[in-house]
Design a protein around this ligand. Structure first.
Ligand code: SAM
Ligand code: SF4
Length: 340
């Protein structure tokens, strides 16, 4: 199947495959473009226009679309945003998804701010696990990076998630040169104490203010080397995930992962698919093109028609984002508008 012929029609059945032979089976669903933080690497401090409410997919529409993706082989769904926990009645959506698609794993990426009260209801509704974003363990730096003085509250949220069984808990940490790269060993120490897995993400050119520059990217290889000098690491076998994962050689609790989107792009094995909060399908985080699923959904399209649109869009997925190529262009949307 790895014959790159975009003119040929997609296969009529089987998994969601593209012309490079990649199979899409992991779906990120953004449930809102709004957020209660303003992380410097993602959103501007103010002035971002929110998508009007009527354009945002309803819970019924999300549940239906996820069901179509499930029928096409998707096995895991990640709820994201914006900040997913600011969407009203989120546990209701999780309950609807769990009941309509019981075999799909449902996780969520969140800034953790509202988890102290939502972790229990979300777990009860059927959420399996959470990834919590946390870029600094220092109060003042956390406040600078997120533009919210909220580290204590996020730590409470993490404990609530642990108690509610939303495990294994992962932490997402965007590493930015000159900002927080001196904390990678502290994060490793933190996961050894808590048993969490920290995943260091390379800073990507998806910030709304367009302040990204190559010099601010800390290569994942450097992060691993720095930690390994203090806490020797052992690489785990390669999995389908874009993260490379390491355990501690002394058998200590916790794990360290790196997502080297910039220095070692993983486009050739990417299995991720995305729907924005307004129901636009994106076959790549950096895609320039989107496929509108909301209009056909609201015009009464049958599941087969939605499936045909999705199949066609996946089939025409490009080879990759070419971030390291002079022709690289940023997508029109920034991270919070796409759904990371
Ligand atoms: N609000 C939730 C959160 O922060 O976890 C979910 C949405 S957020 C867009 C998803 C992930 O994207 C977060 O872990 C965040 O740190 C990451 N992210 C945002 N902007 C990024 C950028 N420019 N480069 C790399 N990662 C980024
Ligand atoms: Fe909000 Fe998440 Fe973006 Fe931070 S990274 S501004 S928490 S959407």
């Amino acid at each position: 199947m790895a014959v790159h012929d975009i003119e040929s029609p997609p296969p009529p059945g089987g998994p969601l495959v593209d012309t490079f032979g990649r199979v899409g089976d992991d779906l990120r669903v953004s449930v809102t473009d709004r957020c209660n933080f303003r992380c410097t690497y993602c959103m501007p401090a103010e002035g971002l226009q929110w998508v009007p409410k009527e354009q945002i997919l309803t819970f019924e529409e999300i549940t239906r679309v996820v069901g179509v993706f499930e029928s096409l082989g998707v096995r895991s769904v990640k709820i994201t945003g914006g900040e997913p926990t600011v969407r009203a009645e989120l546990p209701t959506l999780i309950r609807m998804l769990r009941s309509a698609s019981p075999d799909v794993e449902i996780s969520m990426t969140t800034n953790g701010y509202l988890l102290d009260r939502l972790a229990g209801p979300l777990a009860e509704a059927g959420l399996h696990r959470v990834t919590v974003s946390c870029d600094s363990l220092l109060r003042h730096r956390f406040a600078e990076m997120t533009r919210r003085d909220a580290l204590d509250r996020v730590m409470r949220g993490l404990r609530a998630a642990d108690e509610a069984g939303l495990t294994p808990i992962k932490l997402n940490c965007v590493v930015i040169a000159g900002t927080n790269e001196d904390e990678v060993v502290d994060f490793a120490r933190f996961v050894r104490e808590t048993g969490y897995e920290v995943r260091f993400i390379e800073y990507m050119p998806l910030d709304a203010e367009q302040h990204w520059e190559r010099a601010k990217v800390v290569p994942s290889a450097d992060v691993i080397e720095t930690i390994d000098r203090v806490f020797p690491l052992l690489a785990e076998g390669e999995g389908p995930e874009p993260a490379s994962t390491f355990r501690f050689a002394d058998g200590g609790a916790g794990a360290v992962g790196v997502i080297a989107s910039v220095t070692e792009p993983f486009c050739d094995t990417c299995n991720r698919l995305r729907i924005t909060a307004e129901g636009q399908f994106r076959a790549c985080l950096f895609a320039m093109e989107e496929t509108d699923l909301r209009t056909p959904l609201r015009d009464g399209a049958r599941d087969e028609e939605l499936a045909r649109l999705i199949r066609g869009a996946v089939w025409s997925k490009w080879e990759g984002h070419k971030i390291n190529h002079p022709d690289f262009r940023r997508p029109g949307r920034s991270m919070s508008m796409i759904g990371g």
